[in-house]
Design a protein around this ligand. Structure first.
Ligand code: SF4
Length: 360
């Protein structure tokens, strides 16, 4: 979406990004894989929303769906809604999406080499982004590229702007990719495991850099990772994903101090150092299932230490962990915890058949 005067504006109070009932499926000859199955969340300007879960939980497909980057045989299904700055993105053409990507929304991937072209200098790649999205050329673009490299903490930027990606270290390459993403002055930055390939010291530097850039630019950040330690450091709010669904959502301190969903508890217990008395690191037995049918049960049930009979019969919806708390939700039949269990199960059953309440 071009930053034009005719662009629709958000309703007052509406977040910068609103994802509602996002469903993305991959259609193969053998089966339909429901990689993202009824996901809803918001991101406000200046806020970092973390999406955490094991591989195969649907985190990256959620990001790619927002960016319009779902490749065949996958597609975003009807009934999904992705509103950015008041405008619906689902149904946009590839040409419209190209305009949006790298302009209003930019993405940083795990491996910087997927974003950098080895045969062009880093400076030329930043300048290309400036030409395409901000119509900058020549000396003006070179100066802006140097400013951006300085902004992401690359020393001696006026020399390094003429260097090739292979002349940068891994951490410096990721900084260069962030500079490229910022070249278009995006409002939303989607970071997909941006520090996973980096060693711990460099990881801390990149997280600090993102934090500083967010403060300076009032950026909204969606941060995807499998690492609960990283999520704790960067997020204002955390969404925990499992098998295509958000199973718990809460402000970061609340989630870490008071996790409710058995899966979130398992993830937290598996952080090294989090169970000082334990002889061995706790793990969640089993694997994330491939969601290939609409769930009429809890997908975590085979791995859940607290499962009970109804978990195989009723799909848990995202409901408040208590009847008066809608800021902390869990898709688990144990909640709301302030009503008898049978009543809680009934509430999930009702919510699943009420399109106003259900995400699915
Ligand atoms: S719904 Fe049941 S199986 Fe699923 S997480 Fe809750 S207790 Fe465990």
């Amino acid at each position: 979406m071009a930053k034009s005067e005719s662009a629709p504006t958000r309703a007052e109070g509406e977040p910068l990004l609103r994802v509602e009932n996002l469903q993305t499926a991959f259609f193969t000859e053998k089966e339909t894989i429901r990689a993202v199955d009824g996901v809803s969340f918001d991101i406000r300007r200046g806020e970092t929303v973390g999406i955490v879960g094991e591989s195969g939980s649907g985190k990256s497909v959620t990001a790619r769906s927002i960016m319009g980057l779902v490749d065949s045989p996958g597609r975003v299904l009807e009934g999904s809604s992705i509103r950015f700055d008041g405008e619906e993105l689902t149904g946009k053409s590839e040409k419209e999406y190209r305009q949006l990507r790298g302009s209003d929304i930019a993405m940083v991937f795990q491996d910087p080499l997927t974003s950098l072209n080895p045969v062009y200098t880093v400076g030329n790649q930043i300048k290309e982004a400036l030409r395409l999205h901000r119509d900058m050329r020549g000396a003006e673009a070179t100066e802006e590229a140097i400013d951006l490299l300085e902004a992401v903490g690359i020393p001696d930027a006026s020399r390094r702007v003429t260097e090739y990606p292979h002349e940068f270290s891994g951490g410096m390459r990721q900084r260069a990719v962030i500079a490229m993403a910022l070249a278009c002055d995006p409002e939303l930055l989607i970071c997909d495991e941006p520090t996973t390939a980096l060693d711990v010291t460099i990881q801390a530097q990149i997280l600090e850099l993102l934090d500083d850039l967010q403060d300076e630019r009032d950026l909204a950040i969606m941060f995807i990772t499998h690492d609960m330690g990283v999520i704790a450091e960067v997020s204002d709010r955390v969404n925990v994903m499992y098998a295509g669904e958000i199973v718990e959502s809460a402000p970061v301190v609340e989630l870490f101090e008071n996790p409710r969903h058995p899966y979130s508890r398992g993830l937290l217990k598996s952080i090294p150092g989090n169970q000082p008395d334990a002889d061995r690191l706790s793990t969640i037995e089993g694997d994330v299932p491939t969601p290939n049918e609409p769930a009429t049960y809890c997908r975590f049930e085979p791995r859940c230490p607290e499962a009970f009979e109804e978990c195989t019969k009723v799909h848990p919806e995202s409901l408040g962990v208590t009847t008066s708390d809608d800021d902390h939700t869990a898709a688990c039949l144990l909640y709301p915890e302030d009503v008898p269990q049978a009543e809680a199960v009934e509430l999930h059953d009702q919510a699943g058949s009420d399109p106003e309440v259900s995400d699915r």
